[in-house]
Every structure is written in structure tokens, then in C-alpha cells.
Design a protein around this ligand. Sequence first.
Ligand code: SF4
Length: 345
Amino acid sequence: MRKVTPVKIGNLVLDGKHIYVQSMLNVISTDIEGNVEQAKRLRAAGCEILRVSIPDENALRLIPAIKNEVDIPLVADIHFDYRLAIRSAEMGIDKIRINPGNIGSEDRVRAVADECRKRHIPIRIGVNSGSLEKEILEKYKSPTAEALCESGLKEIKALEDCGFEDIVISLKSSDVKRMIEAYRLISERTSHPLHLGVTEAGTYKMGLIKSAIGIGSLLSDGIGETVRVSLTDDPVKEVEAGYDVLRALGMTGGVKIVSCPTCGRTKIDLIGLANKVENACKGINKDITVAVMGCVVNGPGEAREADIGLAGGDGCAVIFKKDKILGKVSEDEALGVLMKEIEKL
Ligand code: SF4
């Protein structure tokens, strides 16, 4: 397991013991009410760290407005204007995301670091393949994994030279393999917590696939303390997708659904039923595996690892708990009976 130097963000600690799911508000920054409303929806969906763009002085009003209504750490996304980072710190932000490379001179980086140190506010260095420093791009010719890593290490050093240590780092690329390689490289060279993400991952389906591969590969290697599944979609879906990636790796609690792909033996609407079971299980906070299988011949056997489940018959289904068959029900009753049994667990 990689050694991580803990970093505190509001009331959370990034130390590798828990993987935090993040998202970012996408309502225009002039719409305070809209941002607060979206922040509340994200909080309700389980978002644990929330980022907001602060593109100008006016947007600073979002910080108290959101913080008064939503009790999760808020991160200010700052580009170019170091004064906005300082003002965000003064207004109670929990973390600043900057790319020192586009903040400007050493003096400006130092001014941000001094203000954040005074207030115990961590800084995330957000290196992106699209915004690498000119000299690094010239050296590597393109935003390779080594280039991203070198940029990250250089930015870490810039903050450390200012005596600043509360650093989180991300090295995002829209190229999944490059992103994986970059994080692997930097994970061996720094103990600062890593925020994982595939940038500009795309619309829902491909974005989810790319993020699951990129973030999932790293998490399964023990790399990464916080994640964002970046999607061109409603950010609530980013949060749900973040948990789905963690669930697929067995890194978070909640119900895990196992369902078969169906085949010529399937005689019930298993696809519909599996989707209904998944929806019905969404809010359930139990660490269980539920199997939804298409046939009685192979179903319970294939789902032996599950805690509870159903297997379809001809217009009916059997409900089973581990190896034990509890009873036979009609297709229409199956969902209700299964959910009642899940309640009892
Ligand atoms: S569980 Fe039964 S219905 Fe589902 S794929 Fe296997 S054999 Fe086919």
C-alpha cells in the first residue's frame, strides 16, 4: 500500500483509508440560487467534496451561499488570478484548486501558499494535459505521462519551496492509458494524496467507461484517495458513477447487484426485473450482494456468492437466500417479495 501524507479538507482527512467521491457544480457562476440548489442535490446523492468555479470577483458570493446550505467541503477552482484564490481563502473555502503554472510569478504562488497555510486550507495542484507548461511540452513534444508527472513534481516543489505541505495532486489526461501511467509514475515519487480523474472523459457512456478503466485500474493498485468521474452530463450522475466504480471494486458499502446476461433459457422479463431491483436497492445501506438470475437450473448455483436473490422460471421465480430456497412466487410478485426479504437481512 502506498504511504500517504494525510491532508485535511474541512472535516475530512485524505489518508487512503476512505476514497472520497467528488463532483463539480456546472451551473453558471452568476446563478447563486441555481448553484445552491445543485449543491444540495449533489450532497443528497452522496457527494463528499464539491468543487465550484470562481472565474471572477462576483463568483466569490457563491462560497458563503453554498457553505451556509451544504455541509460538505467546498473547493474553489481558480485559474490565472491568484487574488481570487486569496479572496476565496478569506471567505471560508475549504480547499483551493490551482495550477501554479497558470497563476504566474513565484511571488503570487507564495502569496496564495501563505494565505492558505495561515488558514489550514489545502491546495490541489491540478495538472491537465491541456495546460502543461511550455518548457515541459517542448522537452517531451507532447503531453506524455512523463511530462504530466514532471509538471506535477515541479508544481509540488514550487509550493514546498514556499514552506507549504498540505498538497493534493491530480494529473489528468483525456487519454486513459496516459493518465494511468502518469499517476503510477507520480505515486512512486510523492506521498501527497492523489485526486484521480480522466479529464474531458466525454458523454455518459464513454465517460463512464473511460473513468472506470482509468480510476479503477489505479484504485485497484492502491493508488488514489479521492475521485471524480468527469461526465458531460448532470453532475449527480458523476457522483453515482463514482460510487459505482468503488462498488465494482468492493471499496464501498451498499448493495451489489449480480445479474446474468440472460439467454435462451430465460422465461421472464429479467432485464426489466434486474433494473427494478437495482433501483429499489439504491438507498439501502447494507453490505450485501443480491443476485437476479434468469433460470432455476443455473441461477442459484451461479449466484452462490450472493446473500439473497431470485432465479426466474416460466412466468415465476424462486427466491433464495444463500443456498436455501425460500419459496416460489409469480413474476409479478417477485420484486416485492425479494425486497421484503432484503429488508429482513
Ligand atoms: S443464469 Fe440461466 S438464464 Fe441466466 S445466463 Fe445463466 S443459464 Fe442463462
